[in-house]
Design a binder for this molecule. Structure first.
Ligand SMILES: Nc1ncnc2c1ncn2[C@@H]1O[C@H](COP(=O)(O)OP(=O)(O)OP(=O)(O)O)[C@@H](O)[C@H]1O
Ligand SMILES: CC(=O)N[C@H]1[C@@H]2OC[C@@H](O2)[C@@H](O)[C@@H]1O[C@H](C)C(=O)O
Length: 360
C-alpha cells in the first residue's frame, strides 16, 4: 500500500427494505487491508412499511412534502445505532442511504438519509451521495459494487462473474486483462418477497420452498423475458419497481406456488442471460438471494460453470454491500473513481460522493 489505510464503516440499506447492514474495513481505497465486524439492524415493521410507501409515492412527491423528511430521520437514527453496534472507531462512514427512486434516463437518483444528523450522532465524518455525480454526467448511477468486487477478486482466476441477488440483481464480470463489465440483470428477490408477504404473511419465501413447490408457467415467463430491458447491452440499471406492473399482470390468476416458481425462474433466467463479454470460469453469488436454495439450484441448472456462494472465495455474502460503501467512502475521500464507462456508462471514470464533517 502506498497511502496510509483508513478505517471505514460502510452502511447499506438495500432494495429489500428489511434493515441496514454495517461493516468495518481498513483500506487505502485500492486494496483491502483488513475486514472487521459486520452487523445487520432489522427495521421495525412500521419503518419498513413507510419505506415501501415512500418508494411507491416517490415519483409523484412534491419537494416540500414532509413525509420523506420524517422517514429519513427515523432511517438515519437506525443507521447511527448500526454504527454503534459495530463497536469500532473509524475515520469515515460510507452512508449509502435508501434509494427511493432511480431514473437515470431523467438524470435522477434519489437516496434518502441525513448525513449531517449521522455525523452529529456518530461523531465521525460521513461520505454520502455516491450516485448523483454519475447520473448527472449521463451514467446509470448503478451498480457501484464493481470496483469493490474487482478489488476483492484481485488474485482470483478470470474471467469471473460476481452476482449480487438483493431486491434487484446485479452482476460484475471481471476479465483476464482487468476489464470490468457490470449491470443490473433484472429482479432478484423483490417480486418473490412481495408475493411471500401477500400469500404467506412472511417477508420472504424461506429457502425458496414455495417456489420449489410450484410449476413455471412458461408462456408467462416468456412474456416477462420479452421486456426490452433484457435485449439492451450493459451497462444498464433498474428501479426496484421497474417490472412491477408487468409482473402483476403476468402472475394474475396463478396459484401462489406457480406464481413463485415463475418469478424465481424470471430472476434466475435474467441473471443467466446477463450480457457478458465471455463465459466466466465460475460464478460467485452474494446477497440474500444466495440463501434461497431454489434460486441457487436454478442458477446451477442454467449456467454451464460452477455456481457458488461468495463464501467459496472467503468473502462474506451478507456484508459485501456494506463493505463496498466503506471502500467507496475511502475512494471518495481520495478522489478516486467510483464508477467507470464500462460499469455505469459514465463518459469517463467518475469520482463522487460528498463529505459531511463533524461539527465540533
Ligand atoms: N433463507 C432464505 N431463503 C430465501 N430467501 C432469503 C433467505 N434469506 C434471505 N433471503 C432473501 O434475501 C433478501 C435480503 O437480501 P439482501 O439483504 O441482499 O437485499 P438488499 O441488500 O436489501 O438488496 P439490494 O442488493 O437490492 O440492495 C430477503 O428479502 C430475502 O428475499
Ligand atoms: C439505485 C440503487 O440503489 N441500486 C441498487 C439496487 O440494489 C441492487 C442493484 O439495484 C444495484 O444496482 C444497486 O446497489 C448495489 C449496492 C450497487 O450499486 O452495486
Amino acid at each position: 500500500m502506498h497511502t496510509k489505510p483508513l478505517r471505514a464503516i460502510g452502511l447499506m440499506s438495500g432494495t429489500s427494505l428489511d434493515g441496514v447492514d454495517a461493516a468495518w474495513i481498513e483500506t487505502d481505497g485500492e486494496r483491502i487491508a483488513h475486514f472487521g465486524p459486520t452487523v445487520m439492524l432489522r427495521y421495525e415493521d412500521d419503518l419498513s412499511a413507510d419505506l415501501r410507501r415512500l418508494l411507491d409515492l416517490a415519483p409523484t412527491l412534491s419537494p416540500d412534502d414532509p413525509f420523506p423528511k420524517q422517514v429519513e430521520e427515523r432511517l438515519t437514527r437506525d443507521h447511527a445505532i448500526a454504527v454503534s453496534m459495530v463497536g469500532r472507531s473509524a475515520d469515515v462512514i460510507g452512508f449509502h442511504g435508501q434509494t427511493i427512486l432511480h431514473a437515470p434516463e431523467a438524470h435522477r437518483t434519489w437516496q434518502i438519509g441525513d448525513a449531517a444528523l449521522l455525523a452529529h450522532i456518530a461523531r465521525i465524518p460521513v461520505a454520502y451521495d455516491f450516485r448523483s455525480a454519475d447520473v448527472a454526467a449521463g451514467g446509470q448511477g448503478a451498480p457501484f459494487a464493481p470496483l469493490f468486487h474487482a478489488a476483492l477478486a484481485h488474485d482470483l482466476p478470470k474471467p469471473l462473474l460476481v452476482v449480487n441477488i438483493g431486491g434487484v440483481a446485479n452482476i460484475t464480470w471481471l476479465g483476464p486483462n482487468g476489464e470490468i463489465v457490470a449491470c443490473d440483470t433484472g429482479p432478484g428477490n423483490g417480486p418473490l418477497d412481495d408475493l411471500a408477504q401477500k400469500h404467506l404473511g412472511q417477508p420472504y419465501d424461506k429457502d425458496g420452498a414455495l417456489a420449489a413447490s410450484g410449476r413455471v408457467d412458461e408462456s408467462r415467463l416468456a412474456t416477462l423475458l420479452a421486456h426490452p430491458y433484457f435485449a439492451k447491452p450493459a451497462p444498464k440499471s433498474l428501479d426496484r419497481l421497474t417490472f412491477s406492473g408487468l409482473i402483476a399482470l403476468a402472475i394474475e390468476g396463478l396459484n401462489p406456488p406457480d406464481a413463485a416458481a415463475t418469478l424465481a425462474a424470471f430472476s434466475a433466467t435474467a441473471i443467466a442471460r446477463a450480457p457478458v463479454p465471455a463465459p466466466p470460469l465460475r460464478v460467485l453469488v452474494g446477497g440474500g438471494g444466495r440463501h434461497n436454495k431454489h434460486l441457487m439450484r436454478l442458477l446451477a441448472q442454467l449456467l454451464p460453470v460452477p455456481v457458488q456462494p461468495v463464501e467459496a472465495a472467503g468473502w462474506d455474502g451478507d456484508a459485501l454491500e456494506a463493505q463496498c460503501f466503506a471502500y467507496l467512502a475511502v475512494r471518495s475521500l481520495r478522489g478516486l473513481p467510483l464508477s467507470l464507462p464500462s460499469t455505469t456508462g459514465v463518459p469517463a471514470p467518475m469520482p463522487g460522493g460528498r463529505l459531511q464533517r463533524v461539527i465540533l
